[in-house]
Design a protein around this ligand. Structure first.
Ligand SMILES: [Zn+2]
Length: 124
């Protein structure tokens, strides 16, 4: 019985995106917001936001547009690096948008984009 259920679920999820880090963050934000909205009366409206987040996570999980979901996940991981990497700074190339990582605390430096070769100055 359980095995048949598992097979059915596997067949259902075939060709779909599934879960990733971004989905966990979205789902947990939804759970936390729904808890907040149930404990703090003035924040009751957050229950709608939390439903939105949960539906967004389910939508991403069941999505068949895997390339778009991977693109979102890559953007999210770049975004998360801004907060977790204390040794480097991340800049977007003004010419092509490529993310460039440079060491922190070197003063004003000239950065050469590895993709398009454009040079630009930034303070690290
Ligand atoms: Zn560039």
């Amino acid at each position: 019985m359980l095995r048949r259920l598992g097979d059915g679920l596997r067949r259902f999820m075939y060709g779909r995106y599934g879960a990733d880090k971004l989905n966990y963050v979205i789902l947990w934000s939804g759970v936390i917001l729904s808890l907040l909205s149930s404990f703090v009366e003035s924040l009751a409206f957050l229950i709608l936001v939390s439903y939105g987040l949960v539906f967004w996570a389910i939508y991403r999980m069941l999505s068949r547009n895997i390339a778009a979901r991977q693109h979102e996940a890559a953007a999210f991981s770049r975004f998360a690096k801004f907060f977790t990497d204390r040794q480097h700074r991340y800049y977007a190339c003004p010419c092509c948008g490529q993310t460039v990582r440079v060491p922190r605390g070197k003063g004003r430096i000239s950065i050469k984009c590895p993709r398009c070769g454009q040079r630009f100055e930034k303070k690290t």
